[in-house]
Design a binder for this molecule. Structure first.
Ligand code: NAI
Length: 712
């Protein structure tokens, strides 16, 4: 767990050994402390080097131990170990290869010198787990770098490359060669030299003018970005402690703040997200295929059909993953424009070739179709692809809602057809829904999941149904938001409630950004609005259910959102992004309510959250019941990585568990009673069964789901 050896006669090399990331588990902590004591008491030892075994220096605390207090309590505490490292009367040099993250960097900060490999990375990412660097990192880093740079690293949790770390003064030296050998040579040269000034705990923070004003501003800034997360604010407070308190007092403050965060629901939620992201890679299918038993044929060449918004991003994502890509577009001006845009994004050619002819896809291992959302157009393309493409090639569609199975039946290889649902912008957004139809083969899913990983995506295997998982759950959420407008809310009120909850953007701002016309087109196709609807039909009812025509009316006014400069908000010009309240909309809503005899009532933020989020969660339970998602964790990964659900709230299903399933059920019952014509508010039977079986913890839900036919 911590190897100890003496080299060059006088240097004790302590090597942390806990693959794959050399995390600081209880056994490692024990070993580390024993080794430090051994080095201290051995008169032959005159200096010490601490390194990671086989590559990475140290990935930090063992996250598996976080939820388990008894585990954390066993073995010595990091604070205690780092204190004895810092106090050692012999120079201690950290030899950082690979990465030093979280507790790993805190260990390096307790050392007297830090040697780094030129390709190493360092960082304190605790904030992304709802925590702060709680083993002295929040106190030592500001003393080394100054408040500004330290605060930036701690509040953002970003990884810093070795070159920048050297400039910041975080690393003392870099080497391109063997880091441990270089560190050993350096340790020897430092033997016998005074260490007092090298101990960060002894140093004051470099002075900063207007310290109070600086931290006031830092707090406001952090609050603005935190979206309700507590950890970034606690980080600011801890760094302020470093700047204003003696070291030991600062350490006490750090400990208090850490204890508060550690026991909060937010840290629990963030940790849960960490595991849902990894858990998505362990997919299963109803045919019994699993991530670990199913071999995928590697994909090295791809074709993308249709180079609009999505096709361009998908091309970039595939090229960045190292595939050679042929990009196909029939409109000449689109092809030219796309070529320029893709080259810009890739900063050069990047293995992409262009063609106006579908034949160019003949040699590809995978084709991703991203043409207009029109079944007839897509069917025609799949028919052609079926004969053009080589046998074995996978045929994927990026449709956001159309039936994968229908597209599969246009081909002679339905088992090789699947959905790859990217999110805009496709080269940036982390989520990828891998949609399998009833005939998609396990090998096809496996190949797509493997490709998703290569692209750095969080890929989630889902079943085939309208809207798949993400968009299917979004529909009831949007619908409730429209209903709330009818009942007296304003877009500002609804958006403020959702943004305060933690979404980067409320539902109306989001709708302005993605364009109101998209939903309008879908509703017209579904026959909910447009020429097929006769004048004698009531405006606010469709197929026996409550319907809000507000979105349709907005589109009829030409208000498509940001692209037209007007939507639920007003923008300075088409394409502008800053949303301003629009007095026109206010009177439009007033007239609308009057016309339909609707009485505006006072709606509070709690109702907004409950109506919108509970409706979405309820659909999540239906998705589980139908077997379209394999687990609540998969649904949560989809929402956190594709829909801006705040990480510190875990995801919709985790949130439901945290609120209490009985309370969610009660809320839905109450709202459904008040709005019986809105079936999305009618509690799903799985939710009822879970509550009846005593609301088991989220990882046990699958036992209650069992017995239902699963698509996955
Ligand atoms: P878009 O309208 O920007 O681009 C479609 C492109 O396909 C156009 O450049 C068009 O000229 C080209 N095209 C049409 N027929 C073609 C053919 N036979 N051969 C080659 N190219 C052809 O559309 P967008 O927004 O990129 O969407 C594409 C698909 O992605 C749709 O199915 C959409 O539902 C889906 N999608 C869209 C998302 C979005 O946020 N825009 C998100 C996720 C999926």
């Amino acid at each position: 767990m911590a190897q100890y050896r003496i080299v060059s006669g006088s240097v004790a090399v302590i090597s942390i050994q806990n693959p794959p990331v050399n995390a600081l588990s209880a056994a490692v902590r024990e070993g580390l402390l024993l080794s430090v004591r051994a080095a201290a008491s051995d008169p032959l030892v005159r200096s010490v080097v601490i390194s990671g075994h086989n590559g990475p220096f140290c990935g930090g605390a063992d996250i598996k131990e976080f939820g388990n207090v008894s585990h954390l309590e066993s073995g010595p505490h990091l604070v205690e170990i780092f204190e004895s490292v810092e106090a050692l009367a012999k120079p201690v040099v950290a030899a950082i290869e690979g990465f030093a993250l979280g507790g790993g960097l805190e260990l390096a900060l307790a050392c007297h010198y830090r040697f780094g490999h030129s390709e190493a990375r360092v960082g304190l990412p605790e904030v992304s787990l709802g925590l702060l660097p709680g083993a002295g990192g929040s106190q030592r880093l500001p003393r080394l770098l100054g408040v500004r740079a330290a605060l930036d690293m701690i509040v953002t949790g970003r990884h810093v490359a070795a070159g920048e770390a050297l400039k910041l003064g975080l690393l003392d030296r870099l080497t391109d060669g063997n880091t441990v050998d270089a560190a050993v040579r350096f340790a020897q040269s430092a033997e016998g030299k005074p260490l007092d000034d090298r101990r960060l705990g002894n140093r004051p923070c470099p002075p900063l003018e207007n310290i109070d004003a600086f931290f006031e501003e830092a707090l406001i800034h952090a609050r603005g970005r935190a979206r309700g997360a507590a950890a970034p604010l606690a980080c600011v407070q801890a760094v302020r402690g470093a700047a204003t308190l003696p070291f030991l007092k600062g350490m006490e403050l750090e400990k208090r703040l850490m204890e508060t965060l550690m026991t909060s629901g937010q840290a629990q939620a963030s940790r849960y997200c960490f595991f849902t992201e990894r858990g998505a890679a362990r997919w299963t299918t109803p045919t019994g295929a699993r991530w670990d038993t199913c071999r995928a044929r590697p994909i090295s060449t791809a074709a993308v059909i249709g180079l609009g918004t999505m096709g361009r991003g998908i091309t970039v994502a595939l090229a960045r993953a190292g595939l050679s890509v042929v990009a196909v577009e029939t409109q000449e001006h689109q092809l030219d424009e796309a070529q320029r845009a893709v080259s810009r994004m890739l900063k050069g050619g990047g293995g992409v070739s262009y063609s106006a002819d579908l034949q160019a896809a003949a040699g590809a291992d995978l084709v991703v179709e991203a043409v207009f959302e029109d079944m007839a157009v897509k069917e025609e393309i799949f028919k052609q692809l079926s004969s053009v493409c080589k046998p074995g090639a996978l045929l994927a569609t990026n449709t956001s809602s159309l039936d994968i199975d229908r597209l599969a039946s246009c081909t002679l290889r339905p088992e090789q057809v699947l959905g790859l649902h990217f999110f805009a912008p496709a080269h940036v957004m982390r989520l990828l829904e891998v949609v399998s139809g009833p005939r998609t083969s396990p090998q096809t899913v496996a190949a797509a999941m493997q490709l998703g990983r290569r692209m750095g995506k969080v890929s989630v295997a889902v079943g085939n149904c309208p809207g798949f998982v993400g968009n299917r759950m979004l529909k009831p959420y949007l619908e409730q938001a429209y209903f709330l407008l009818e009942e007296g809310a304003s877009p500002e009120l609804v958006d403020a409630a959702l943004e305060e909850f933690g979404f980067p953007m409320g539902v109306f701002k989001m709708s302005d950004l993605s364009g109101l016309d998209i939903g309008w087109r879908v509703r017209k196709e579904e026959g909910l609005t447009g020429p097929g609807v006769t004048a004698d039909q009531p405006m606010r009812t469709r197929r026996g259910r409550r319907y809000s025509p507000l979105g349709d009316l907005m589109c009829e006014e030409g208000r498509y959102g940001q692209k037209t400069g007007r939507g639920w908000y007003l923008y300075d010009r088409p394409g502008a992004r800053v949303a301003r309240s629009d007095p026109w909309l206010r009177s439009f809503l007033e007239e609308y309510r009057e016309r339909h005899g609707l009485l505006a009532r006072r709606i509070d933020q709690q109702e907004v959250l409950e109506r919108c989020l509970y409706a979405l969660i309820n659909e999540g339970f239906r998705v589980l019941e139908d077997g379209v998602a394999a687990s609540p964790q998969n649904i949560d990964a989809i929402y956190v990585f594709g829909y801006g659900w705040p990480k510190h709230r875990g995801g919709p299903m985790f949130y439901a568990a945290q609120v209490g399933l009985a309370r969610v059920l009660e809320g839905l019952e109450k709202y459904h009673k008040a709005h019986p014509d809105s079936p999305h508010l009618q509690p799903c039977s799985l939710l009822r069964r879970l509550v009846a079986s005593g609301s088991p913890p989220i990882h046990k839900w699958s036992e209650v789901v069992k017995g239902h036919r699963s698509q996955l």
